[in-house]
Design a protein around this ligand. Structure first.
Ligand code: C5P
Length: 236
């Protein structure tokens, strides 16, 4: 896989026009475009179709978390829309993850469609020890991340979204699934509101498979050049 194909551009922009403008410029230069809750809530499934129509692969970041039947049905709809990566919360439990995997893989086999990656979200990076304690999780945060990643792997998910600071923990414990990491900043770039960041090179070295990158690309004067530089820096 080429380095640029490992870049997932987070389309955290307010308007449909801005999002599609970025896709038109960057399509073919990066691997995927991440559509999150804001863009999806504002523009619905049509924004997914429009990104795909412009040649972009879609990472649909809806972080599904509900009863197994509901999550499986929503994951199936996301797959039918054409999303190549779909997130769900591993905290939803084994039955929820297994139901989603079962339903989407059956659809994939029956229709001959490519299986999207169902990605597990472990502990949100906005949660710290105190926040975890407040919802009754008393084990150390890193243990909780590892536990949830193991559950995700056990239920057949296709990858895990984690902080780049957690890559070594997961790889060290034998997690073999693809790891998808936000919180990436090129050397010398603004960190914006990200507290703990890693460079593209270091994240790749540690074992990240896909890098979610928003503002360093979307707010660059030349997003295509920014993406190309990041791809080059990944290989050192
Ligand atoms: O602009 P920036 O590169 O910081 O964007 C990172 C993207 O990854 C945003 O869409 C953000 O919501 C998402 N994300 C994150 N940290 C997480 C999970 C998702 O930054 N733990």
């Amino acid at each position: 896989m080429e380095a640029r194909e490992r870049i997932i551009v987070a389309l955290d922009v307010p308007s449909r026009e801005e999002a599609l403008g970025l896709v038109e410029r960057l399509s073919g230069q990066v691997g995927f475009f991440k559509i999150g809750l804001q863009l999806f809530t504002a523009h619905g499934p049509s924004i997914v179709r429009e990104v795909i129509g412009r040649g972009g692969g879609v990472f649909l970041d809806l972080k599904l978390h509900d009863i197994p039947n509901t999550v499986a049905a929503a994951a199936l709809e996301a797959a039918r829309l054409g999303a190549r990566m779909i997130t769900l919360h591993t905290g939803g439990g084994r039955a929820m993850m297994a139901a989603a995997v079962e339903k989407v893989s059956r659809w994939s086999q029956e229709t001959g469609s490519k299986m999207p990656l169902l990605l597990g979200v472990t502990v949100l990076t906005s949660m710290d020890k105190t926040a975890l304690h407040s919802v009754g999780v008393t084990r150390p945060l890193r243990e909780q991340v590892l536990k949830l990643a193991q559950e995700a792997e056990g239920q057949g998910l296709g990858g895990i979204v984690c902080s780049p600071k957690e890559i070594r923990l997961l790889r060290g414990a034998g997690i073999g699934l693809p790891l998808i990491t936000p919180g990436i900043r090129p050397q010398g770039a603004s960190h914006h509101d990200q507290a703990r960041v890693m460079t593209p090179f270091k994240a790749r070295q540690a074992g990240s498979d896909y890098l979610v990158i928003g503002r360093p690309i979307t707010q660059a004067e030349d997003p295509v050049q920014a993406a190309a530089e990041i791809a080059a820096s990944m290989e050192g």
